[in-house]
Write a protein that binds this ligand. Structure first.
Ligand SMILES: CC(C)(COP(=O)(O)OP(=O)(O)OC[C@H]1O[C@@H](n2cnc3c(N)ncnc32)[C@H](O)[C@@H]1OP(=O)(O)O)[C@@H](O)C(=O)NCCC(=O)NCCS
Length: 143
């Protein structure tokens, strides 16, 4: 079940975040994003636990997708697909023109996911991540 971002689930989110990323977002980062006036933050809940989340916000007519994560146990079960479909529908309904995101160049699961959703690579940020890994910048037009 998808629900709105809610600080009740912050501990679940932090546990997933720390397991998944070498440079995890801090609790403070999530708390601030939950208060963002243009924020669109969604959680995927199973048995009253958050198992996946999507954090982003709009700037003018762009939606910036800043974090999409699914805990390991629930990956490859279509949850990111549900969260992405949700944010695309939101962007459509809100008359946004595009969704923007960045992804590590060797994150094949995420790259496959975004390309399946017809996101297009439009730029590269050299050495953006630790160990000299580049970031690929992707965008998807809405409408
Ligand atoms: C990337 C991620 C969000 C995908 O979530 P998910 O719920 O497992 O994805 P879905 O089950 O909805 O899969 C949808 C598509 O994504 C791609 N995909 C997902 N996992 C994949 C994997 N391990 N290897 C290759 N492609 C993968 C496939 O194209 C898949 O479509 P298919 O099932 O028809 O092959 C998840 O692996 C994750 O949280 N990774 C760690 C955090 C991260 O890297 N987030 C993205 C940062 S930009």
């Amino acid at each position: 079940m998808i629900i709105d971002g809610n600080k009740k689930y912050l501990n679940d989110i932090i546990i997933i975040e720390k397991k998944i990323y070498p440079q995890p977002w801090s609790k403070n980062h999530f708390e601030n994003d939950l208060k963002h006036p243009a924020g669109y933050n969604k959680l995927f809940i199973i048995d009253d636990k958050c198992v996946a989340y999507l954090f982003g916000y709009s700037i003018k007519d762009e939606f910036h997708l800043n974090n999409l994560s699914v805990c390991k146990k629930y990956q490859k079960q279509g949850i990111a697909t549900l969260l992405l479909n949700d944010v695309i529908q939101y962007s459509n309904n809100s008359n946004l023109s595009k969704i923007l995101l960045e992804v590590r160049c060797d994150n094949y699961a995420a790259i496959n996911l975004y390309e399946k959703f017809k996101f297009e690579k439009y730029s590269i940020r050299k050495d953006y991540y630790k160990k000299g890994k580049d970031a690929f910048l992707y965008t998807k037009s809405i409408k």
